[in-house]
Design a protein around this ligand. Sequence first.
Ligand code: GLA
Length: 514
Amino acid sequence: MKKALLLSLTLAAASLMQAQETAAVRFANRVYSLSGKPFMHKLVCEGCEVERIEKLPEGLQLLSRPNYKYLYGVAPKAGKYTYTVHLSNGQQQNVTLVVQDELPQPTPFMGILTWNAFDEHISNDIILKISDALVNFGLRDAGYRYMCIDDKWAEHDRKEGHLNPVSSKFPDLKKLTDSVHSKGLKIGIYSDAGDYTCSGAQPGSYSMERTDATDFVNWGFDLLKYDFCNAIGGDTPAEAELAYHSMGRALDNAMTSAGKNPNDFLFYMCEWGGRKPWEWAANTGASCWRATADTRDYWSDTTYNGGVLQNIGVYKEIWPYTGVNRWNDADMLVVGLHGTGYSSNDGGSKESPKPGLTQDEYRTNFALWCMWSSPLTLSNNITNLDGKPNSLTGKEVTNTLYQEDLDIIRNADLIALDQDPLGQCAEPVIDHPEYIVFQKDLANGDVAFSITNLSGNEKQISLDFSTLSALQKGKEYSVKDLWNGKTDNYNSNSTFTATVPVHGTAVYRMTLKK
Ligand code: GLA
């Protein structure tokens, strides 16, 4: 009898251990909300179930969908809360919920980065011209507020211990930040957690975090993109976390010492996703982090893993980790580059560029980045509409911006999906070899969905609305096509069909009818 009991206990322990090993917990353990705002936290565990939540903050409840449970409700008053998620395999995980009245990045930041279109050809003048174009083309008012200087702004060596702006490019950074600010924009700068940046052209900030953070703040910058090349502090996830944490703390201190609010500075990590930053980056003070390799102007790019298709592969896995003030960044948009970028066009050249994405693929680039709540960073030369006069050189027109590119990047309905205050990344609900469907929860109870045609032919794709688990069953919804604004009514029990071009994306917003 005793022997039998011992055997069954041993078997039970062995199967529990096996369950722990095979179960994969995929949710964030540090999440944020603004007080009094709708809050959602998806608790995905493959091979196990969420059984209960201990110390659930008031105002939140545990709800179920077929594939996961999630917390939903109105965030409590400002404070730090810890709840414990108990799983069916005996594991438990603590989650810290930070509720504040303001946050550095309540919605993903939007702006432009100089790297793809300009590489080393950046200067004070170019930054001012791009800033003017942001204003003149209505991009600032559409939400693109951060004018970000990327790599190659500083000399190869420090001067008296400080990063030294190349004087022919940037004679006076303080004056530059002032004038960008005067246009109603913010301005970002770039450095690296190693001893040199990725181009090797300028030093990184490793072990110089305090000095550099103080300079960035005193020069008047509002954002730091912080890369991870030449990481002499080691490149394990723990070492990366340490390096990023040093800069996060230095930036906070520099802002406080300058009498400024640390929430007004964005720390943008650029580790590229290899060390799963979505699991730890929120501990460093960063409010967004690159989750993917450098995006190329290609549909599929297996050399650098930077095609739109490769990004879809990443977001299929990491979607539960995105949330308010913790954004997974899918890297710069390539819309409008048309094959004329620098490293985004690797394999082509300035003289004989590859064609870049098709316009339908650019639409997919934009629609999916919005569905995923990625920061939206333009990377094309926005100064040349139709190649007309305001080109940078006055003579040569490169990276022509077309009206159809502007129509994509200014699409207010799609930007609203990206900027939705619930902060949810869309989740894949159908993953078919020829198409993928994502659904996205929105703050007002609306649901967005997208259908991306992965095949090489235009396709009619049908979707049974019952696969959208965020919808209320048997209810009438209006369904708005976010490319052309057309609206139709559907019951959530019905089937929906869209004709989707090659590598294109149809995208809709559903609103419950009163
Ligand atoms: C890395 C980053 C890019 C860009 C370059 C600059 O590759 O991922 O976004 O900043 O460095 O050298």
